[in-house]
Design a protein around this ligand. Sequence first.
Ligand code: AMP
Ligand code: GLY
Length: 431
Amino acid sequence: MNVLIIGSGGREHVFAWKIAQSPKLNQLFVAQGNAGTANCGTNVNIAVNDFDAIKNFVLENNISLVVVGPEDPLVNGIHDYFLADDAVKNVQVIGPQKEAAKLEGSKEFAKLFMLRHGIPTAKHASFVKENIDDGFAFLETLHPPYVLKADGLAAGKGVLILENLEKAKNELREMLESEKFGSASSKVVIEEFLDGIELSVFVLTDGNSYKILPEAKDYKRIGEGDTGLNTGGMGAISPVPFADAEFMQKVEDSIVKPTIEGLQKDGIPYKGFVFIGLMNVDGNPYVIEYNVRMGDPECEVVIPRIKSDFLELLEGVANGNLFEKTFEIDERSVATVMLVSGGYPEAYEKGKVMSGLGDVQNSILFHAGTKQDGEDIVTNGGRVIAITSYGNDFEGALNQSYANAKKITFEEKYYRKDLGFDLKGKEKVTS
Ligand code: AMP
Ligand code: GLY
């Protein structure tokens, strides 16, 4: 079959790498892709939200499966667009329709969904400009730190955690009255702070049955010791040592099952990935957020642990027979280290020539922000390239990635050298 992947980051390179291994694949295309995806298939110069151009490309190239990487086209309704058009309604789209994508596109929608279906999450209330005084009063009932979330998509920046009441009230005013995050913050969710350690759980579902993919932990802050600004993600590991069988059973029973059943009860179809951001509070999981896609860089450690044919699994999602598909997991640990451009996540330069890529051994390189420039591969984003390795434990996997991180050079390269620092001494030897 011919497959089109939508997106151009590390996550999409992982999808391309894995799908390219399937005997079921005929031709693979990636829109827009990067220098890495060009080695797995053909890059196509179409923007992720240009649905008309995507449809025309699908028809011209006899594509039967479209895999959507990022949230933006999902929230904008790419799946609904396909279903509404007779010419492409039989083309399978991996990624939920607009209604379900609200689980990521609206924090309030997600909170009400969890409340309705008894899924553990932080207590919350939502406010708009007109009832800001109620928001101040609600803040006064909570204990610090205070968590404020813009309801809509805010490029990963819409969550603020404030240490004192006065700052929290000021930020609430900024968000509601000065539209700090544009229309995304015309409504604000205020919630109780959850004190624990985070991890991410991924579910692949056809709307009825599901497979729980390997869990992962990502490192979001730019600085060592989890300090400084939030980024798209500086690295990840899987499995997560504290996510033992007992904890994962709680996740399945109290979160995954009620989520899939909740979608069914609400009459919301869902074909794709559910990314559940969790907090482990004293051994019990609470949902921090849903995303309707794979995480990045979590994808760079989760998918390499799937041994089964990925295209076969995606076909199961599309056809509603995921339960019939074999699903085998590699027991080894996998880690990824992200090399980023100097200055990221603030201003940074692009176009730096990369070298040493060919010297990397016993790791897999997933390109995030790169492009081919004549003979050279040059940097083309903040997050540049992810170095993924296998090991008997996360430390072994990380060491392998770090050895290779030294071999790749480009001007102002930066990466965190302390990944896994919070898990030391908790290794789960897996083979
Ligand atoms: P989100 O965009 O909802 O994932 O939030 C961004 C980050 O804020 C999360 O990864 C958590 O580290 C933190 N966070 C969000 N909600 C809470 C909460 N209720 N308690 C503690 N930390 C939170
Ligand atoms: N790594 C977090 C995300 O993909 O949103």
